[in-house]
Design a protein around this ligand. Structure first.
Ligand code: BES
Ligand code: MN
Ligand code: ZN
Length: 504
């Protein structure tokens, strides 16, 4: 199994629109009825074609509008795609991303296999050429992604886009643009791997499958070393909490670690830990059947770890990074853990499992204790942990909690820059008593109130020995409905965090 994606090619250029020989030229129109620089150049050679269109109201520049023109006089391009950019004053990161996305969706509709886009020349407050080009590369790759491993007919109806030229205002910016393309392509490759793994059904994407995929990464990138712990080794170590979750499943659990050392020898590593529940039925505390299929996505944290390791290795970044993936299937059966059962975690603390559906924290706590052995600089865990997070933040922001504010601020900033944004929730001591248990050191649930926070409180009891942050991606890792599928989040956020670290 494994899907060969056609790799999109990106090229940086600078030059006049009327001189571009291409299947499609993409230029922006600004609200109200104003031409961008590139549009003005086309207007001149086409004897006012664009200003006439705009004056007659065929397009007035609103965000979301677009218009394809053929046979534009004076142009070497087969088509010109006009894209509405909204008001210039309101142009910000989110609008730029939306404009880019709209342009790619319209471009794909035309069937053009290559194009030249002038949209990176838009002015975005506080953003430079590097940012605009990298965003363009990431968004284009994101929009063109398809998951058809399990479709008999693999091809789109239209011919697909192969090459996109991105323009910069002057030749001086060509090297910046080239570097941004490489970075964007590396990140996109990681995000693609994350999406492919997450989209695979749970009968294919088992804990063993994730282990094989990790080993595959180590084969592709010689800088990545992989180790897979099996059930008996975990039992010997005392990872009873992790094993209590897989007790009801026929699939053997795995603890996967990936190490990439390419930074200074004595530099402590960034450790990223990803929840890898390949299917979450809830166990004996079984979930309602409504949309239960989506619980195949309960390994999106694990998939993000593999995606980040892939992107870091692909870019050859000068960092030390360790990925840790506890992976299990959560099933009800005669051997499954029952509500009220008590286990001793790897840390020595005992847990009363009041709800077998709060299983993510039970595998993460042992993986977090295990992470101590890497003497981490920081530990970041990534998990589709709580339905409460979807209620609190919707599908827009990832939940962020932790015990070290500089780390949290770095992650918030990386989210802003990458557009893969997170929002902090409080991890105050007042929430901790909600986890009290009459029979063990703690319960694995804290009741309905503040569900995302009490889940993080639980984890915080296993992360006292290092700086730690927790990303709850329950809302952001996948979409339901018409665009159902994995989003690849938070690979872009984490990659930006790592890139920022490299340049510090
Ligand atoms: N994987 C789920 C969280 C989840 C639910 C993510 C829905 C995305 C959508 C997690 O294992 C879980 O079941 N959490 C419970 C915890 C509760 C029992 C304390 C939840 O959120 O309901
Ligand atoms: Mn669950
Ligand atoms: Zn779960």
């Amino acid at each position: 199994m494994g899907m060969v994606h056609k790799i999109m090619e990106f090229i940086i250029k600078s030059g006049n629109p009327e001189k571009q020989r291409t299947a499609c030229l993409i230029v922006g129109i600004i609200e109200p009825r104003r031409l961008t620089g590139a549009a003005k150049a086309i207007d001149v050679v086409s004897k006012k074609l664009l200003s006439n269109l705009v004056r007659r109201g065929d397009i007035d520049g609103k965000l979301g509008q677009s218009l394809v023109l053929y046979n534009v006089p004076g142009m070497l391009a087969d088509r010109v795609l006009l894209v509405g950019c909204g008001r210039e004053r309101e142009l910000d990161d989110q609008k730029y991303r939306k404009i880019m996305e709209n342009s790619i969706r319209q471009l794909v509709q035309t069937g053009a296999t290559e194009a030249v886009s002038y949209l990176p020349e838009l002015n975005i407050k506080g953003r430079d050429v590097h940012w605009k080009v990298r965003q363009a590369v990431e968004i284009t790759n994101h929009c063109l992604y398809e998951f058809n491993e399990f479709k008999s007919k693999k091809t789109r109806e239209k011919k697909s886009l192969r090459k996109l030229v991105l323009t910069v205002p002057s030749r001086r910016e060509l090297p910046t643009g080239d570097a941004a393309i490489s970075e964007g392509q590396g990140i996109a490759k990681g995000a693609r791997l994350t999406r492919d793994l997450a989209n695979r059904p749970s009968n294919v994407c088992t804990p063993s499958h994730l282990a094989t995929q990790a080993q595959q990464l180590a084969k592709t990138y010689k800088d990545i070393k992989v180790k897979v712990l099996e059930q008996d080794e975990m039992r010997k170590l005392g990872m009873n909490s992790l094993l209590s979750v897989s007790a009801g499943s026929a699939e053997p659990p795995k603890l996967i670690t990936l190490e990439y050392h390419n930074g200074k020898k004595d530099k402590k590593p960034i450790v990223i830990v990803g929840k890898g529940v390949t299917f979450d039925t809830g166990g004996i505390s079984i979930k309602p059947s409504q949309a239960m299929d989506e619980m195949k996505f309960d390994m999106c944290g694990a998939a993000a770890v593999l995606g980040v390791m892939c992107a870091v290795a692909e870019l050859g970044l000068p960092v030390n990074i360790v990925g840790v993936i506890p992976t299990v299937e959560n099933m009800p059966s005669g051997t499954a853990t029952k509500p009220g059962d008590i286990f001793t975690t790897l840390s020595g603390q005992t847990v009363e499992v009041l709800n077998t559906d709060a299983e993510g924290r039970l595998i993460l706590c042992d993986a977090l204790t295990y992470s101590e052995r890497f003497h981490p600089d920081v530990v970041i865990d990534i998990a589709t942990l709580t339905g409460a997070c979807v209620i609190a933040l919707g599908k827009v922001a990832t939940g962020l909690l932790g015990n070290h504010s500089p780390l949290i601020n770095d992650l918030l900033a990386a989210g802003e820059y990458s557009g893969d944004r997170a929002w902090q929730l409080p991890l105050w001591d007042e929430y901790q008593p909600l986890l009290d248990s009459p029979f063990a050191d703690m319960a694995n649930i804290g009741g309905r109130e503040g569900g995302t926070i009490t889940a993080a409180c639980f984890l915080s009891r296993f992360t006292r020995k290092y700086r730690w942050a927790h990303l709850d991606i329950a809302g952001t890792a996948w979409l339901s409905g018409l665009n159902k599928g994995a989003t690849g989040r938070p690979v872009r956020l984490l990659m930006q965090y790592i890139l920022d670290k490299c340049s510090k």
